[in-house]
Design a protein around this ligand. Structure first.
Ligand code: AMP
Ligand code: ZN
Ligand code: FE
Ligand code: FE
Length: 287
């Protein structure tokens, strides 16, 4: 059993790398891909746990990008050389823009009457770097301003709401290019989660990304119903793209989602791993 999408404390998950391996073991996973947002810290650390738990972690990261229509798109990078200098620098820059967004977001939320400090945010996040909106959400809930994550996002933090600040980032095209230069495989994460009006808009996005070298689509995604998964699979097949899948596990930040099993019916076939490696070989032949 495998799971190719999950987060640790290094981004907006609640678990340490060791805890992820423990949970993975307990649910019977033999291969995982830790896909933190814009950070590779779990890669080096995972080596000792791979041996200890007998579970393989495929090098990966989920890159925050900004599309030409201003939408935030997540590009999953698999099998990258996580020591590639340019790739590492690109992620460093993205994290810097997140940090700047966070400073401005604190000011904005304070001005809207939500009283809290950077120090309190760091305490809730249990770290100083790569703090995300889920950490803001948790602090606002702890302070009694909101009852649930859903509520904080739908009333305040989501795109288009009063407490939203856009974060500068690279284009998905650049991300794909850098993933390839780092020897990896580029996959569009959760293709149906970008609030497009309809599937034909999603299809146009996918066609555009294919023109820019995207290798695959995440199909077996935790919250997608069978008909949507089948739609993504059909598109992938017709465009010669690979498919991947995962739970997008965030620990206690999304407590209803389990590693490996998602909401209960998630199943990510082992053969997805072969496709990743085959695609990597194919890409290397091209250049
Ligand atoms: P950030 O990268 O700091 O802008 O935060 C993005 C993260 O916030 C996403 O990865 C989700 O985990 C979470 N998030 C974004 N929008 C929503 C939403 N509408 N409801 C719940 N969580 C969300
Ligand atoms: Zn996340
Ligand atoms: Fe994502
Ligand atoms: Fe994710």
């Amino acid at each position: 059993m495998i799971d190719l999408h999950m987060h640790t404390k290094y981004s907006d998950g609640s678990n340490t790398v060791e805890e992820i391996f423990k949970i993975a073991k307990s649910v019977g996973l033999d291969t995982i891909a830790i896909t933190d947002h814009d950070i590779l810290s779990a890669m080096e650390e995972s080596h000792k746990y791979e041996k200890l738990f007998g579970i393989k972690n495929i090098p990966a990261v989920e890159i925050s990008t900004r599309y030409k229509d201003n939408r935030e798109l997540h590009i999953l990078a698999y099998l990258i050389d996580y020591k590639n200098k340019d790739f590492v620098e690109m992620l460093n820059w993205i994290r810097k823009t997140r940090k700047e967004r966070n400073i401005n977001l604190i000011k904005l939320l304070n001005s809207l009457g939500y009283e809290f400090t950077l120090e309190e945010l760091i305490e809730v996040a249990e770290k100083e770097s790569n703090i995300g909106r889920p950490h803001f959400a948790r602090l606002l809930i702890e302070k009694g301003y909101f009852k649930s994550f859903d509520q904080v996002f739908t009333k305040l933090l989501a795109e288009g709401k009063p407490g939203y600040i856009e974060r500068e980032s690279i284009s998905p095209y650049k991300a794909i290019e850098m993933i390839h230069k780092a020897g990896g495989v580029a996959v569009l994460a959760h293709p149906l989660s970008y609030r497009f009006e309809n599937k034909s808009e999603v299809k146009s996005l996918i066609l555009d990304l294919v023109d820019h070298g995207i290798d695959g689509l995440e199909a077996e995604y935790v919250t997608y119903k069978r008909s949507d998964i089948d739609w993504i699979k059909r598109i992938a097949k017709s465009l010669d793209l690979i498919i991947t899948g995962g739970s997008d596990f965030h620990g206690k930040y999304k407590p209803h989602i389990s590693l490996g099993k998602g909401l209960g019916s998630l199943y990510v076939p082992d053969k997805f791993i072969d496709s990743l490696y085959e695609r990597q070989i194919l890409n290397n032949k091209k250049d």
